[in-house]
Design a protein around this ligand. Sequence first.
Ligand SMILES: Nc1nc2c(ncn2[C@@H]2O[C@H](COP(=O)(O)OP(=O)(O)OP(=O)(O)O)[C@@H](O)[C@H]2O)c(=O)[nH]1
Ligand SMILES: [Mg+2]
Length: 244
Amino acid sequence: MNAIDRDESATPSTDDEHEEFTFDDLSVVMGTYNEEAAIGTVLDDIDEITDGRAEVVCVDGSSDRTPEIAREHGARVIEQEPQGYGVAVREAILTPDRPIVVTTDCDDTYPMEQLPEFLDLINEGYDVVSGDRIYHGAEAMPTFNRFGNRAFALLASVLMLERVHDTTTGMRAYRRDVVESIEWTENTGLSAELLIRPLMRGYDVREHPIAYRERAGETKLDPIEGGAAIAKSIVKVCLEERFD
Ligand SMILES: Nc1nc2c(ncn2[C@@H]2O[C@H](COP(=O)(O)OP(=O)(O)OP(=O)(O)O)[C@@H](O)[C@H]2O)c(=O)[nH]1
Ligand SMILES: [Mg+2]
């Protein structure tokens, strides 16, 4: 098995004409579903780190004050009936016009302070930069989830014949043409699909270690039902990419 690009020696070649992206080229997008406890902090962090230059898109299915708080913070809010993680996040990644799209969860688990590192890696020539929560141990993650996430990564690695460490992370940066050139089919398993399809199609994908914090507010994912759906998506997507 090959290791996924993870260090400087594996930097993809960039041409000299390569454009340098800034925060003005960045959209940070997320599904939001009753995230009143976290949304203010998440949007404040993005604003502070990017000097208010990144665009924020929330695809919202909440029945609480989440969308009002998002609008007060200057985010663009798209209302959508709650239909699951992937339905919301697919809409969120396909909405912006800016060249770089970053996904996050709206639960204060992901380190917005590492956004500059994601942008730098895209500027180095990567098509997808995937936040790897496992590298630093993810101690804030519930034990069952940590075990499950390691198992998903192992399953995907075996099926792809390429080692990946975190297939279910919610924080990634993508060049917009990557998200637009692939047809996305999964719902709960969309996060894994968003890593697997680009990787198996030969895009330059890099895992980048990130810190991970304890969640603010209630989880929206049932660990057993959600876990089964994710495992099924990983097998389906890997087989489709290999044989279709
Ligand atoms: N609009 C919308 N957003 C959703 C839906 N389901 C989940 N989300 C959002 O998608 C993100 C991921 O959901 P989480 O509950 O954090 O799922 P998770 O990260 O697997 O679980 P935790 O480890 O508990 O955080 C959060 O920002 C949710 O608010 C939905 O049906 N509609
Ligand atoms: Mg989450």
